[in-house]
Write a protein that binds this ligand. Structure first.
Ligand SMILES: [Zn+2]
Length: 131
């Protein structure tokens, strides 16, 4: 990807991870361009298939397209930031991210969004953002 494409993807995401919503204002957290549908599944490196993602979410997501909703134990598709709206599937509170739907819950679970380190970083950055 060229720097210009990368910049466009960042701007489109408002400088936040499109999965866990962590902000990229702290240079300590590296951000990557996630293939929503992995190349392994035939996903292309085009803007419509790319998401701005923190390295924690990107590494946990890997090539997965689906996971298990911890509530119903059903297999469901993961959240797709290009086709779905974040606030329909998630809500954030005190550094935690909660799934509102089966898709949201499965994505929170697979990406381990509420691991203690992620929660701590997210709440710290939210304070910086607000301040
Ligand atoms: Zn993230």
């Amino acid at each position: 990807l060229t720097g210009a494409v990368r910049q466009r993807i960042r701007d489109r995401a408002g400088g936040r991870c499109e999965y866990c919503s962590i902000s990229d204002i702290d240079d300590a957290i590296s951000f990557q361009t996630d293939h929503i549908m992995a190349r392994q599944h035939g996903g292309a490196a085009v803007a419509a298939n790319l998401a701005y993602s923190c390295s924690a979410c990107n590494s946990k997501k890997g090539p997965n397209l689906s996971s298990v909703d911890p509530k119903s134990r059903n297999v469901v598709r993961l959240f797709d930031p290009r086709r779905q709206k974040w606030s329909d599937h998630f809500r954030a509170s005190n550094g935690h991210v909660f799934g509102r739907t089966a898709i949201g819950r499965a994505t929170v679970s697979l990406l381990a969004m509420n691991d203690p380190v992620n929660v701590m970083v997210r709440s710290t950055l939210d304070l910086l953002n607000d301040g």
